[in-house]
Ligand binder design. Structure first.
Ligand code: F6P
Length: 362
């Protein structure tokens, strides 16, 4: 009897809503092909462990997980195997060990679910180690090129919109400006989408320069017209007006975003005299129940990814384009970073709503 095909699956990078929907879809669809699915623990860390940290997943084991937040497989967004920080402070190339982990498991293919950073690392490992890799795009930042949607964005967006709804009530009650800082790394997708859907009056994101005077003028104009509150959304990677990044280093020497919202809030309060409060949404955007759209997208991507394995089409990433699941070269997907399109529909919409989104024509 022919040996059953062994397909590994791992989630890599920051967790987000919809990852478990991908895992469940892959495992369920594997019955159609008679493949064994090996769930690899904690991304490449599982392949680095000896014995390799992986277990065979069956349909019973993934039953109901599409409504769970996080990822049952675990994940990491550090410890790049090509530049691995060792306990003694030395940075080592441990890619050969990770590559060997795939072969020790006897895998015929690997489905890697990740954002642009993770997919770039997995693709490099696949090239060097003769892996058969299929990619699935996931990231709350929505910045993977060649796909209109990545798993996780919609859940984060829904949470950000709910936060804006909540902040609006307290802003109205206290006649305040409320500033919400959202994630998104270098892209402003969460900021502009949540800002529009949540009715923000000012949306600031890294793609568009802004004037603090204009921000304040907008808020003062609203006050003069009788509005007792305003809502401001700020993307975490926005810089100060002078162009300085606002990041901090924690006790583990990790450089993290967080703080630009407070800078914007302080500027607003001191320049306008309007009482202002700031909320940082942070990791709340990543946890919780996945949205319906992320479950759908995760399911569609999981099924399509396994079909690619069955067709032995490797080095490809599933993508959503024009209402269809297609596949593109992983190389192409990671080469095309996707930021907010200045001439796109969302910018046009925000401008049409008279939302201040910065100096679009500067
Ligand atoms: O890339 C996803 C993301 O949530 C970014 O939006 C954010 O900047 C970063 O990860 C936070 O990473 P960590 O979980 O390491 O704090």
């Amino acid at each position: 009897m022919a040996r059953r095909k062994r397909v590994g699956i791992l989630t890599s990078g920051g967790d987000c809503g919809g990852l478990n929907a991908v895992t469940r879809a892959v495992v369920r669809h594997a019955r159609d092909y008679g493949f064994d699915i090996y769930g690899i623990k904690d991304a490449t860390m599982g392949l680095l462990s000896r014995p390799v940290a992986a277990e065979v997943l069956d349909v019973k084991g993934v039953s109901g997980i599409l409504r769970y937040g996080g990822t049952i497989l675990g994940t990491i967004n550090k410890n790049n195997p090509f530049a691995y920080p060792m306990p003694d402070g030395i940075v080592a190339d441990r890619s050969a060990e990770v590559i060997e982990g795939y072969h020790q498991l006897g895998l015929d293919a690997l489905i890697g679910i990740g954002g642009d950073g993770s997919l770039a690392i997995l693709n490099k490992l696949a090239t060097q180690g003769n892996w058969n890799l299929v990619g699935v795009p996931k990231t709350i930042d929505n910045d993977v090129g060649t796909t209109e949607h990545s798993v996780g964005f919609h859940t984060a967006l829904s949470i950000a919109v709910e936060a804006l709804d909540r902040l609006t009530y307290t802003a109205i009650s206290h006649s305040r400006v409320m500033v919400l800082e959202v994630m998104g790394r270098d892209a402003g997708h969460i900021a502009i989408s949540a800002g529009i859907a949540g009715g923000a009056h000012v949306i600031l994101m890294p793609e568009i320069p802004y004037s603090m005077d204009k921000v304040c003028q907008k808020l003062l104009d609203r006050k003069a017209r009788g509005h007792n509150f305003s809502i401001v959304v700020v993307a975490e990677a926005l810089k100060t007006e002078a162009g300085d990044p606002v990041k901090y280093t924690n006790s583990l020497d990790q450089s993290l975003y967080g703080g630009i919202g407070q800078y914007i809030g302080n500027e607003i309060a001191s320049r306008t005299g309007i009482e202002t409060r700031v909320a940082i949404l942070g990791h709340l955007q990543r946890g919780g129940t996945p949205s319906a759209l992320d479950r759908l997208l995760g399911a569609a991507f999981g099924v399509a990814a396994l079909d690619l394995v069955a067709e032995e089409k490797y080095g490809r990433m599933v993508a959503w384009q024009n209402r269809r699941v297609v596949n593109v070269a992983i190389e192409e997907a990671i080469a095309q970073y996707r930021s907010v399109e200045i001439d796109g529909a969302l910018v046009e919409t925000a401008l049409g709503l008279n939302t201040y989104i910065g100096e679009v024509n500067a």
